[in-house]
Design a protein around this ligand. Structure first.
Ligand code: AMP
Length: 398
């Protein structure tokens, strides 16, 4: 059975066609610059050459049609026709407080995605466009919504309610939702299996450290707390997002610079994080590390602050769970950057965390990177959101 996984951004569409018999990726690709001049599809069939098509893509419907054409292309395709695709799994950012378990898309699901446009202004409209494009391209095929907020929706009230007047939760569902949920769920589950931990009671902290970054705490795979909030802006220092700051900073800068709140939120989302802290060096952690090596003080501070913030969250979440059995690193920085992993773990000596430098000299594959006598198992677990989405989709349509 083949499942197509679709992840739509406002001007992009990522896809993977997965054979669920052995969970192998048959083809994957990316549509870029949808709705903008210079649209391009890059299609990568497994074991064959990359195939690039440069054609205007005015909207997601055209993009999906181009994906369908590439998948069925005589030379570069991997399927005879779309009958081979059993269902389509979509990453959907926000289901508000209504939906959190993955579900087959119907009119009510689409209504909720639409009602949550203001909770996920960049992603929800694109996610809905992707679903509607697939409905048009493959009428009658089941589309499944897998919510990025699902993991965080299991948090207890004390973790998800903000200390603001309760009426705002009642009126507008203002709460901590948490994001990267599919990744946190997948990685915590894999960490329990790979680390031979108790599936019911294991206390796991997942550090998803990429351009967007978040930490979660879970017991037996159930989320206890997570660092992103109502939006992905809260929590860690990220590539371009500030993470936690005193909300009064917003008012202060607005008054001083004559900006409105929307402008400032844009700055906190897109011009802050290590990009902002480093004085504009880059949002890419590799560039920040290179600048630090060349003696750039602000780049060094940005990297130190990023690591320090991760370590603070690990400490807080260890307290929240009254212990921790395993810490798992994932995503671009977490999977590739041994120096950051080591630097974070150096803060955790009080927990009995000990890194094995040789074991930590690894990239992009599952590994235990802590020493034999470490009190906490530290692991590298590559995330695979597409596979997690495909598994949920299969479970619903089988
Ligand atoms: P992601 O958002 O998960 O794709 O992660 C992207 C981030 O991972 C970028 O900021 C990259 O600079 C970072 N990254 C990838 N490889 C490395 C590496 N070897 N060392 C440091 N950062 C890396």
């Amino acid at each position: 059975m083949k499942i197509l996984v679709v992840n739509c951004g406002s001007s992009s569409l990522k896809y993977q066609l997965i054979d669920m018999n052995d969970e192998s990726v048959i083809a994957k690709g990316l549509c870029e610059r949808i709705g903008i001049e210079g649209s391009k599809l890059t299609h990568q069939p497994a074991g064959k050459d990359k195939y690039v098509v440069e054609n205007p893509m005015p909207d997601h419907t055209v993009a999906i049609q181009m994906v369908m054409d590439a998948l069925q292309d005589k030379e570069h395709g991997v399927i005879e026709n779309t009958d081979e695709i059993a269902a389509i799994g979509h990453r959907v950012l926000h289901g508000g407080t209504v939906y959190s378990d993955s579900c087959i898309v119907n009119e009510d699901v689409k209504r909720v995605i639409r009602e949550c446009f203001d909770l996920g202004p960049l992603h929800n409209p694109a996610n809905l466009m992707g679903i509607e494009a697939c409905e048009k391209a493959m009428p009658g095929k089941p589309n499944v919504a897998v919510w990025d907020t699902a993991f965080g929706m299991k948090m207890p009230e004390k973790a998800y309610l903000y200390a603001i007047p309760h009426e705002y939760y009642e009126k507008y569902s203002i709460r901590r939702y948490g994001f990267h949920g599919t990744s946190h769920m997948f990685v915590s589950g894999e960490a329990i299996k790979f680390g031979n931990l108790d599936p019911e009671n294991a206390k796991v902290i997942v550090c998803h450290l990429g351009n967007g970054a978040s930490v979660s705490a879970s017991i037996g795979g159930k989320c206890v707390d997570t660092s992103m909030g109502l939006t992905p802006l809260e929590g860690l220092i990220m590539g371009t997002r500030s993470g936690d700051i005193d909300p009064a900073v917003v008012q202060f800068i607005c008054n001083k610079e004559g900006k409105d709140v929307n402008e400032l939120l844009n700055i906190l989302n897109k011009k802050s994080g290590v990009l902002g802290m480093s004085g504009g060096v880059s949002s890419d952690f590799r560039d920040i590390e290179a600048a630090k090596k060349e003696g750039n003080h602000l780049a060094e501070v940005a990297l130190d602050a990023f690591i320090y913030r991760v370590a603070k969250y690990i400490g807080a979440y260890t307290a929240a769970m009254n212990g921790v059995d395993a810490i798992a690193f994932t995503a671009g920085v977490g999977e590739n950057d041994k120096a950051s992993r080591k630097a974070i773990c150096e803060y955790l000596g009080y927990l009995g965390v000990k890194i094995d430098d040789e074991a930590n000299d690894v990239r992009g594959k599952k590994a235990v990177i802590s020493a034999e006598d470490s009190k906490v198992k530290v692991m590298l677990i590559p995330t695979n959101e597409e596979l997690a989405i495909a598994r949920d989709t299969l479970a619903l349509v089988k």
